[in-house]
Design a protein around this ligand. Structure first.
Ligand code: CA
Length: 233
């Protein structure tokens, strides 16, 4: 899941970037308003949410937000700013922000608000993803099969989450790389296959199915104790 940080303060931006990477998000970080405007108006990148600073030097985060909304971009936006007046909060929300958090903030609260705007944008009230005997808890970072916890790496977890959020959708290699890796990551050509192999090994070969020439999707929901990891992966 890819998050865009728009923040001109290096320390805050770097702190956010590291914290979100640790959570298993892919992160892109832009430091100026003009670049942010381009990123949010071209409609190409598939961001799960945007963390937007208000004061971006020459440019106002609010102007970036308004332009993004005018161009039809409905990405969830969480304004993160030191401007704490009621008037500013109202202006931010009325400009199209989904939530508003005042600096200095608690990182735990920021993560919770981020999950919340992402969940709402996906039209889901519940926090967990369930597919037959398979369950994924994005908050607790836990995956279970038939009630037994299965340890996945952060990237395997993010891959599985991508499939479970849209169980009927086939995701291409490019879409998965886009979602799982940040701009500055060097992505090996077979990295998606390696992750899928890891998930199948731990959760069963039919967990993810191949759609030839297109990509992959989550396999059919398996109930009860039929689902068991394949010994050969
Ligand atoms: Ca700033």
């Amino acid at each position: 899941m890819r998050i865009l940080i728009i923040e001109d303060d290096r320390m805050i931006g770097e702190g956010l970037r590291r914290g979100l990477l640790d959570e298993g998000y892919a992160v892109n970080w832009l430091q100026d308003g003009a670049a942010a405007l381009t990123a949010l108006s071209d409609g190409q990148a598939d961001y799960a949410a945007v963390l937007l600073d208000w004061g971006l030097g020459e440019c106002s985060g609010l102007a970036v937000l308004k332009a993004a909304r005018d161009s039809g971009n409905a990405v969830p936006v969480l304004i993160v700013t030191a401007r704490d007046s009621i008037r500013d909060r109202i202006a931010g929300l009325d400009a199209g922000a989904d939530d508003y958090l005042v600096k200095p903030f608690d990182f735990g609260e920021l993560k919770a608000r981020l999950r919340c705007v992402i969940r709402r944008a996906a039209g889901r009230a519940e926090t967990g993803l369930v597919h037959g005997a398979l369950a994924l808890d994005p908050i607790g970072h836990r995956v279970s099969l038939n009630g037994a916890d299965i340890a996945l790496t952060a990237r395997e977890f993010a891959l599985l989450q991508a499939f479970l959020e849209r169980p009927s959708v086939v995701l291409s290699r490019a879409q998965l790389e886009e979602r799982l890796y940040s701009w500055d990551d060097s992505v090996e050509s077979n990295v998606v296959e390696v992750l899928i192999h890891g998930v199948r090994k731990k959760l069963g070969a039919s967990t993810i199915e191949n759609v030839r020439g297109v990509g992959w999707r989550i396999g059919p929901a398996i109930c009860g104790t039929q689902a068991s990891p394949s010994p050969r992966g």
